[in-house]
Write a protein that binds this ligand. Structure first.
Ligand code: DX5
Ligand code: ZN
Length: 214
């Protein structure tokens, strides 16, 4: 299992140092939650902030766009150093154009589904994706409870991908911790985002190692 600490739970006054700390603690990817106050009822940070912290690690930047118009801003996030961009199928941009735009710049692309969106919504785009992100909380805030009833989506996505002759990595985001990650692992999840469970732990390295052991 790959672990992507969500910087949403870090100390924003020293975000660069926090990224470096996560690198040393064994994070696989850095998960950066971008919220625009419109697609979700919260605002975090944008491309200029990501650019300033890009140099603190060589690990992949997994940029989760919770914004209404990802097509408009994709270039900015790519220029800021995103390695993977995931955006919501529920957004207002043209989905295919946004996928094509991101891929044209050699950045990995994934679609995200909110809890009320069925997994089948991403099926028409699967052949063009590098991963799918299944939300296990309503997007917008860290520290919410894990929705285990989202896990059947993982097998649905993987089965549909298999029909197309491809393998699709699936990431889950929200409420992942020592107790919930085993369920995600047995559902076949490849990458787990974890905010609270890593940043509120006394020993982040130990927390990441324990999560990853699943
Ligand atoms: C929620 C974000 C998540 C969040 C996870 O909108 O996409 O990445 O930070 O935080 P925890 O692990 O605390 O649920
Ligand atoms: Zn996220």
């Amino acid at each position: 299992m790959k672990i992507a600490p969500s910087l949403l739970s870090c100390d924003f006054s020293k975000m660069g140092e926090e990224i470096k700390r996560m690198d040393v603690c064994g994070a696989d990817w850095m998960h950066l939650d971008v919220m625009d106050g419109h697609f979700v009822p919260n605002i975090t940070f944008g491309a200029p902030v990501i650019k300033t912290v890009r140099g603190y690690t060589d690990k992949p930047f997994d940029v989760h766009l919770m914004i209404s118009d990802p097509l408009k801003y994709a270039d900015d996030f790519i220029d800021a150093g995103a390695d993977i961009i995931t955006f919501h199928i529920e957004c207002d941009s043209d989905i295919q154009q946004t996928i094509d735009k991101i891929k044209s710049r050699d950045v990995k692309v994934g679609l995200v589904v909110k809890p009320n969106t069925p997994a089948s919504a991403v099926f028409p785009y699967l052949k063009d994706l590098d991963l799918v992100l299944v939300m296990t909380v309503e997007p917008g805030f860290g520290g919410q409870s894990f929705m285990a009833d989202m896990l059947p989506k993982v097998a649905e996505i993987k089965a549909e991908a298999k029909k197309l002759g491809i393998e699709m990595p699936v990431e889950v985001d929200g409420g992942i911790g020592a107790e919930t990650i085993a369920k995600a692992a047995s559902a076949g999840v490849d990458i787990c985002v974890a905010g609270t469970a890593v940043f509120k732990a006394e020993d982040a390295a130990k927390a990441i190692a324990e999560l990853r052991a699943n």
